[in-house]
Design a protein around this ligand. Sequence first.
Ligand code: MD3
Ligand code: FE
Length: 217
Amino acid sequence: MSHGLFEGDTPLAGTRSWLGEQALLLRGFALPRVAVLWPALQAVLAQAPPRHMLTPGGQRMSVALSNCGALGWVSDGRGYRYTPIDPDSGQAWPALPHAFVDLARTAAAEAGFEGFVPDACLINRYRPGTRLSLHQDRDERDFSQPIVSVSLGVPATFLWGGRRRADRVERVPLFHGDVLVWGGVDRLRFHGVAPVRAAAHALTSDERINFTFRRAA
Ligand code: MD3
Ligand code: FE
């Protein structure tokens, strides 16, 4: 099992930078935990395989997604929402692995969000060419709760926008093991992911996996 640094990992492990007043990028923060996170993730995805959902406008999403936790984010012709049941299996989403909750809580505290307890983890799977267009995350009930994101596998360019769609966008490279925490005044920023370029990673092959931990209810 890979653990620690290898080719393709963040070149800046252990450094931190504020992307906004309340948005903290923790380079390599998840690396010491990857050996535990990865098998837990495989167990989740075996129960709830990633799938391409339809947007409310009927477009197939480029990213394939799954969820774990009490609530999972879904999209279909009726809109976006959180549901307790996986529409593909008719069963509850897989439970949040303890290692996931612990990582999310620890990272949130680093950014000043003490006591973060996620009830939802959205898992995005990117393959070469997959992108995520500029959007806001506004399907959660309480915007005072932060979001924590964890990147694994091949790198991607994160698009960090402003509070309005037309605001200029900064490009931030994200690497295996990087963790982003944002909340407060930065919670409703527009953001997205540029098309992922073909690359190889020792753990994930040609994939990038991103988890986002949320307090949805
Ligand atoms: C900044 N995921 O699932 S994570 C998403 O890499 C999503 O898969 C991207 O956007 C990914 O909704 C980006 C980083 C992220 C997520 C949500 C944010 C940054 C954010 C919400 C507000 C501001
Ligand atoms: Fe988002």
